[in-house]
Write a protein that binds this ligand. Structure first.
Ligand SMILES: *[C@@H]1O[C@H](CO)[C@@H](O)[C@H](O)[C@H]1NC(C)=O
Length: 438
């Protein structure tokens, strides 16, 4: 059915392309997937996903309905032969009338780099397989935000599955459960084939909040189900943290928690930036949900106050690329700072086009701002291949195309290689002054 629809759409596109001056025909949102979610036999592990948890460690997360099921992961490098066992922790949460299953978080490691491991959760059920990221360049990130669980989500995930990548980056808005807690469970099942095999590193979007005045706090389900390595990176909140892969330092910021200069997030960010060693990690990336550079009419200006608070810090630190979601479209900027193109600023990319039920954001500000290079309202995903210390290749893949078709692509050279990054050890460096100021 979906394939038929796609074929029809593609022929429409082709006819469109053949007609002089005809516009690309944008597909409509697809329906929410209805898959029968039912609680599995008691202790069988469900919704398995993995995330990086400090140097050479991986956190395995899953849910069981059996309260006595152990938070144990058995693993090894050959199938069926588990040479190591790790014990973890578990929790559960209630939300209105919903009670979650037992949510297990178990950290395994130390693990070899670039190695396939086989693992089993809770001492039973099927065997899963994961691959750890490499220790050195090249390293590839798949990027897709605002996923949801529709026919387009499925199409985005299928496309990502065809690409060779090491880590999935998700700049917010995961399940679109929107208070319906069982939809966090269906989302967990939907992404399990990918998220159990490669680490999924996520930050929160507005759809993760789910607070209800006087009844439910913010981010209850998100924090319980998608625990990220915040403790490992010296943060006191699951809503912002950092991690390193090969020669890349990645900072996951929170658009929906305090970010002003008196906030915990701001102090943590300063401390984290001070720890970055560009000799070890020449690339510095940041992710957050609400974009700072957005020329779509949707969510216009929503990132402005966070940008005003944090952009000077990120500029001083020499952030190479900032990835965002929120706007259901794709946009890539030049290197920018303070609203203008700047050779030492970050490339800002919005990839909020993962496929959620709300559909695409098709209205743009005209004329296109000077800093905006490419903008298009289509579903798709991005791939960032960091080739070496100086070169990275970014490509954006529209879902309507075959996976090999890159709708937008660009070589990005690192700020380290262009002399923009101040040495933080030198006393007069701007960064040092900013980071050490009270
Ligand atoms: C880094 O990769 C680019 C693109 O492939 C290449 O042109 C360049 O020579 C590489 N640099 C080094 C130091 O290998």
């Amino acid at each position: 059915m979906e394939h038929k629809l796609l074929t029809v759409l593609m022929s429409v596109v082709m006819i469109g392309a053949a007609t002089v001056g005809a516009e690309y025909v944008r597909p409509k949102p697809r329906k929410a997937l209805h898959f029968p979610w039912s609680r599995k036999p008691s202790s069988e592990p469900q919704q398995v996903h993995i995330s990086l948890a400090g140097d050479q460690h991986m956190r395995v997360t899953w849910i069981s309905n059996d309260k006595s099921s152990p938070s144990m992961v058995e693993y090894g490098t050959s199938t069926g032969k588990y040479t190591s066992i790790a014990q973890g922790e578990s929790s559960s949460y209630s939300y209105l009338f919903y009670k979650s299953g037992k949510i297990h978080h178990t950290v395994i490691g130390p693990l070899e780099h670039g190695t396939v491991y086989f693992y089993r959760c809770g001492g039973q059920g099927p065997e899963f397989q994961l691959k750890t990221p490499p220790s050195q360049f090249p390293v590839t990130f798949a990027v897709a935000g605002d996923l949801g669980q529709t026919g387009w989500t499925k199409s985005t995930l299928d496309h990502i599955d065809l690409c060779e990548y090491d880590v999935h980056l998700l700049p917010g808005d995961l399940s679109y459960a929107d208070y319906m807690q069982s939809q966090w469970d269906t989302f967990g099942e939907l992404v399990q084939p990918l998220a159990s095999a490669k680490p999924w590193m996520v930050t929160e979007g507005n759809h993760e909040k789910e607070n209800i005045l006087m009844l439910e706090d913010e981010f209850v389900a998100y924090n319980a189900r998608w625990k990220m390595p915040f403790e490992e990176s010296g943060s006191s909140s699951n809503l912002y943290y950092s991690f390193e892969v090969a020669g890349v330092h990645l900072i996951m910021l929170g658009s929906y928690t305090d970010y002003d200069e008196y906030s915990d997030q701001y102090s943590w960010l300063k401390a984290d930036l001070l720890k970055v060693d560009r000799k070890r990690t020449p690339w510095l990336l940041v992710l957050f949900h609400a974009p700072w550079y957005n020329s779509n009419k949707a969510h216009q200006g929503e990132g402005d106050s966070m940008m005003a608070a944090m952009e000077p810090l990120l500029y001083a630190a020499g952030v190479d690329i900032a990835l965002a979601g929120h706007v259901h479209a794709y946009e890539r900027s030049k290197r920018v700072y303070s609203g203008r193109s700047d050779p030492c600023g970050a490339v800002h990319i919005t990839v909020g086009d993962g496929g959620n039920r709300e559909g695409l954001a098709t209205k743009y500000i005209i004329p296109q701002p000077e800093w905006s290079v490419y903008r298009e309202a289509s579903f798709g995903h991005g791939e960032l291949r960091i080739v070496n210390a100086t070169h990275a290749f970014w490509s954006w893949h529209r879902n309507d195309d075959d996976e090999p078709v890159r709708s937008d692509q660009i070589w990005i050279t690192s700020l380290v290689s262009s002399g923009c990054v101040a040495d933080k050890r030198s006393h007069d460096s701007h960064l040092r002054k900013m980071l050490l100021s009270p």
